[in-house]
Design a protein around this ligand. Structure first.
Ligand code: DX5
Ligand code: ZN
Length: 227
């Protein structure tokens, strides 16, 4: 059990800190919190699995005590097994890994859960939902990458809507959507069945509390059919 597992179909949103000002990270987190963020999405990149470098467990350990919200770690790294114990020690609430970056996915997901965090997989745009069929019993959420991982500020890939719909036919697990989410794309994703919205540049391009709230409300309206 945990935050994502207990959503019960509720639509929530959280900021991707990749788009935040890292010199004032906690302040930028509070701003999104003021806009109704329910979790903080923490993007770790290693310049191997993706062509960019961001932050790791040291920064997560500093951030976790600064916020009351669950910190959700998205590991875009090769061999995440080496880092997972450190992220667990840092106190993150959930960890998603890319199946392509892991040799023994079943084991890795088991380690995440045994460490007290929720376990997720992150599916790249062309990774088929069917590839995780046998991992479903070990999962607490599924992350659909709606851009190629590595950078913020890219455009939402429209085919990912059908992918969310396909996943909904396979499972009741909560679906997180990450990449190119803004007040226009959020309702498309939630109408298709996603309930966990991650947004980076759309939150931090303006006043974060205002932008975060707009995205969450748009997503909630998409889910209820009012947008
Ligand atoms: C993509 C990351 C995302 C990214 C989203 O590599 O996993 O979390 O920061 O950024 P936006 O919302 O700007 O697409
Ligand atoms: Zn992410």
């Amino acid at each position: 059990m945990g935050f994502f597992s207990e959503l019960g179909g509720r639509v929530v949103g959280g900021p991707s800190i990749l788009a935040a000002d890292f010199a004032h990270l906690a302040d930028d987190v509070y701003k999104a919190e003021a806009g109704g963020a329910a979790f903080i999405h923490f993007d770790a990149m290693d310049n191997h699995y993706v062509p960019n470098l961001s932050v790791g467990p040291v920064v997560a350990a500093s951030l976790v005590p600064e916020t009351n919200l669950p910190v959700d770690a998205h590991l875009m790294v090769d061999n995440p097994d080496n880092l997972i114990p450190m992220f667990l020690d840092a106190g993150v609430a959930s960890i998603s890994v890319h199946p392509e970056a892991v040799t023994h996915l079943h084991r890795t997901l088991g380690v995440i859960r045994a460490g007290g965090a929720e376990a997720g997989v992150a599916l790249n745009p062309t990774t088929p939902p069917e590839s995780i069929e046998w991992a479903l019993p070990q999962l607490d959420y599924i992350l659909i990458l709606s851009v190629n991982p590595g950078f913020g500020g890219q455009s939402f890939i429209p085919e990912m809507i059908q992918k969310i719909e396909r996943l909904k036919e396979m499972t009741d697990l909560p679906i997180q959507v990450d990449g190119g989410i803004n007040a226009e794309t959020a309702p498309l994703a939630t109408r298709a069945g996603a309930t966990i919205l991650v947004a980076g540049s759309a939150v931090y391009k303006g006043e974060p509390a205002v932008e975060m709230r707009k995205i969450i409300e748009a997503g909630q309206e998409g889910a209820t059919g009012t947008r």
